[in-house]
Design a protein around this ligand. Structure first.
Ligand code: TXA
Ligand code: MG
Length: 330
């Protein structure tokens, strides 16, 4: 927590006033920055979708100030939800549960389930508790683009369209929360994150993994989500020198994202060898490389192993190339 700048009470007050007025704000969480608005205010929720350029049938995650609020936002609180909340909240875990009757279709994309989490960030918690209401907040990026992990990323993404952006320092986790769907008989991880499948299974028993065709819309499940605008390609470390040589010969401009150690005479960034530290720095690195306006980004493929599952997931999407969705995501 030492990475967070001190809380500025006047800034929290201003943010809460903006939220009460139905405005949308940039809010730091431990995972990524969110674009937050009053989950009970239809106009605020509509403004989130408009700012993000997100299709209306993609549900939002609703952020709570305390695990006891679970009962206000879900229709029934099943023991698995209670157990996971006790084990991991505040923290980077989103629970998909049956929605309470008062929850609007706008928040859930018309589904009868809702995504809920209590973020583990002092600024987010201060805002939620002072506001005393729930905040709908997707990641604070234009639809399809890379999620922001600093206040500066958010400001660059939205400029004057977003009046209030709270600065909570760089995000500790750096990638979006683990999403587990509890609305089915066997819980299922729809999006991997810092909290691993084995950690969930230690609390609630067997958990399935991966979005299924019939599962509700998870926008992170689109192939080209989290993507830089520069085409990016995953490759084994052993292939990088050859790929760079070929790009040079063809007069292509490339930048490279490596892990652990740099490679002599290869231009680019090197992220830490540790999975959590890699994840913490990944999106800032992708933004930096994207800003180089190169022809290609070459990305060293991450290792196998459970602790790399979330990074593999995000890089797999970032590197899948442009899709029709990105055309809408400018
Ligand atoms: O770490 C995070 O979760 C960040 C921070 C800001 O909290 N938020 C975030 O929100 O990643 P967003 O909107 O970018 O991604 C939310 C994901 C989407 O893939 C959405 O489809 C899924 O959660 N989701 C939300 N409600 C759902 C539901 N009822 N059923 C299935 N998926 C749901
Ligand atoms: Mg997102």
């Amino acid at each position: 927590m030492s990475r967070h700048p001190p809380i500025v009470p006047a800034a929290i007050d201003a943010a809460v006033a903006a939220l009460r007025a139905g405005d949308v704000i940039g809010l730091p969480t431990e995972t990524v920055y969110g674009l937050a608005g009053d989950a009970a205010n239809a106009a605020a929720v509509a403004r989130i979708f408009a700012l993000k350029g997100r299709p209306a049938d993609h549900p939002l995650i609703v952020h709570l100030g305390d695990a006891t609020w679970l009962a206000r936002w879900s229709r029934t609180v099943d023991p698995r939800a209670e157990a996971l909340a006790r084990a991991f909240w505040p923290g980077p875990l989103t629970l998909i549960v049956p929605r309470a009757a008062h929850v609007s279709d706008a928040v859930t994309g018309g589904q009868d389930t809702i995504g809920l989490r209590v973020p583990d960030h002092p600024v987010a918690l201060a805002v939620l508790r002072a506001f005393d209401g729930a905040l709908a907040a997707p990641s604070a990026n234009r639809f399809g683009h890379i999620s922001p992990t600093t206040a500066e990323h958010v400001r660059r993404e939205f400029g004057a369209d977003l009046r209030v952006v709270l600065d909570g320092g760089p995000c500790d986790v750096g990638i979006e929360s683990t999403i587990v769907d509890l609305s089915r008989e066997t819980p299922r991880v729809l999006r991997p994150g810092r909290i691993a499948v084995a950690e969930l299974e230690a609390v609630i028993g067997r958990v399935e993994v991966g979005a299924v065709a019939a599962s509700p819309r998870v926008s992170g499940a689109l192939a080209s989500h989290y993507a830089p605008r520069t085409p990016a390609e995953l490759m084994a470390r052993s292939s990088i020198k050859r790929a760079v040589g070929r790009a040079d010969a063809e007069g292509e401009r490339y930048v490279v994202l490596l892990r652990g150690e740099p490679i002599a005479d290869v231009d680019g960034l090197t992220l830490p060898a540790d999975a959590s530290e890699y994840a913490r720095n990944l999106y800032a690195a992708l933004r930096e490389l994207d800003a180089e306006d190169a022809d290609r980004i070459l990305v060293e493929a991450p290792p196998d192993g459970d602790e790399w599952a979330a990074v593999r997931d995000r890089l797999g999407r970032a590197c899948s190339g442009p899709s029709s969705f990105e055309a809408d995501a400018t």
